[in-house]
Design a protein around this ligand. Structure first.
Ligand SMILES: [Zn+2]
Length: 336
C-alpha cells in the first residue's frame, strides 16, 4: 500500500482512511486520536477521543467533562486495533501526557510525532524514538539558527537577577500547560524554595501536575485582590503570556518582565515584546534535536508539518532522505 493510503492530510487534520480516524483534528470529527493537551491539537466537540489518561484529564480540565461524546484512555505502548489498523502511543517529551502516535497497517508503520522535544524535562516522560517507515515531524524551530541552551542555564540567569534585585519582582510569562510547570520545577531543581506566585489561569493545571507526582513546591495565588504591592517584592511570579498585557501585571513592584520561550533566541522578538529577561526554554525540538531524531527513527521518508517546513525538507533531501511538507493548517502552538 502507498503511505498516502494510510494517512493523508484533510482540512480537518491527518486522516487514516482504513482506520477511519483523525489525528489531532482541528475541526469536530467522529473519531479523534489526540497527541497532547495543547489547544491547537486537542479540541472539544469530537464524537470520541482516544488519548493517554493524562491528556484526557487535561482536556476535561480545560473544556469540561463533556468535551467529547466518548473517551478512551490508552496506555503508553499498548496496541489498539481500529478497523484492522494497529495504533499505539509513545512518549513525546513535550508536556505531561504527550504522546507520538504510531499507525501500522499491512507492514507499513507511520509515526506522527505531534509536538516533541529531546531536552530533559522532569515534568513528563522522555521522548522515545520509534523505528518507522515514515516519520511525521513537527518543525516549529526548524531552522539551524534555533539551538536551545540547557534550560538550567536559563534558570540560573533568572535566579541571579532575582538575587541582584531583591526589591523587584520577576514576572515570568509561560504557557499554562507544560511550560509554566516546567519552569517552576526547574526553579525547585535549582534550589529555589520560596513560594512561587501563580496567576489564576495556571492553578488547575499546576494542581493537576502536582496530583500526578510532579512536585512544584509551594504555589501561592498572585491574584489582583490579594496582598499589597510590597508583598511581591523579590517574588517570582508566573503567569500566561496574555496576562502580562492587562491590569494584573501592573500590581507588582517594579517588575522585571521575563518570557520563557524558544522564540527568545530571536533578540528582536524579545525586544518587541518588551521582555527584559528572555529565557530560552522551549518544549519543542531545536534544529539539532529535529535532525538527530529524524536519523534515529531510521525512517526512509519524512513528512514535515507545522513550522519551518521547507528548511527541514531541504536538509532531508541533502541527507538523501525523501521528505515533503504536509501543509496542515490550524496549528499555532500555544506551548512554544
Ligand atoms: Zn504542543
Amino acid at each position: 500500500m502507498r503511505a498516502s493510503d494510510l494517512l493523508k492530510p484533510r482540512p480537518e487534520g491527518l486522516y487514516c482512511p482504513p482506520g477511519d480516524f483523525f489525528i489531532d483534528p482541528v475541526r469536530p470529527v467522529a473519531r479523534a486520536l489526540i497527541t497532547h493537551g495543547h489547544s491547537d491539537h486537542a479540541r472539544s466537540g469530537h464524537g470520541s477521543v482516544l488519548a493517554t489518561r493524562q491528556t484526557l484529564d487535561i482536556m476535561a480540565l480545560r473544556y469540561g467533562e463533556d468535551f467529547a461524546g466518548a473517551r478512551q484512555a490508552v496506555d503508553l505502548g499498548e496496541m489498539i486495533d481500529l478497523n484492522g489498523v494497529s495504533v499505539s502511543f509513545h512518549p513525546a517529551g513535550h508536556v505531561l501526557g504527550s504522546a507520538q502516535i504510531a499507525v501500522e497497517h499491512r507492514g507499513m508503520r507511520i509515526v506522527a510525532s505531534g509536538d516533541y522535544k529531546r531536552q530533559k524535562d522532569a515534568t513528563c516522560k522522555p521522548f522515545e524514538p520509534i523505528p518507522c517507515d515514515i516519520f511525521i515531524t513537527e518543525a516549529t524551530f526548524g531552522l539551524p539558527v534555533f539551538r536551545h541552551p540547557p534550560d538550567t542555564e536559563e534558570i540560573v540567569r533568572l535566579l541571579k537577577s532575582a538575587a541582584q534585585f531583591p526589591e523587584r519582582s520577576h514576572l515570568i510569562g509561560a504557557y499554562a500547560l507544560g511550560k509554566a510547570q516546567r519552569v517552576m520545577r526547574l526553579l525547585r531543581d535549582c534550589g529555589y524554595d520560596r513560594p512561587i506566585y501563580i496567576h489564576g489561569a495556571l492553578a488547575k493545571l499546576s494542581e493537576y501536575y502536582q496530583s500526578q507526582g510532579i512536585d512544584l513546591g509551594q504555589l501561592d495565588p498572585a491574584t489582583v485582590d490579594s496582598g499589597g504591592k510590597d508583598d511581591f517584592a523579590g517574588a517570582i511570579v508566573v503567569g500566561p503570556p496574555a496576562a502580562f498585557a492587562d491590569r494584573w501585571a501592573r500590581r507588582f513592584p517594579d517588575p522585571i518582565s521575563c518570557f520563557a520561550s524558544g522564540w527568545m533566541r530571536i533578540r528582536q522578538r524579545a525586544k518587541q515584546g518588551g521582555v527584559e529577561l528572555p529565557l530560552i526554554i522551549s518544549d519543542h525540538a531545536d534544529w539539532d534535536e529535529l535532525t538527530t531524531t529524524i536519523k534515529e527513527t531510521g525512517a526512509s521518508e519524512i513528512w514535515v508539518t507545522h513550522g519551518r517546513e521547507e528548511a527541514l525538507v531541504r536538509w532531508c533531501e541533502l541527507e538523501g532522505i525523501a521528505a515533503r511538507p504536509l501543509h496542515l493548517v490550524g496549528y499555532e502552538d500555544e506551548g512554544d
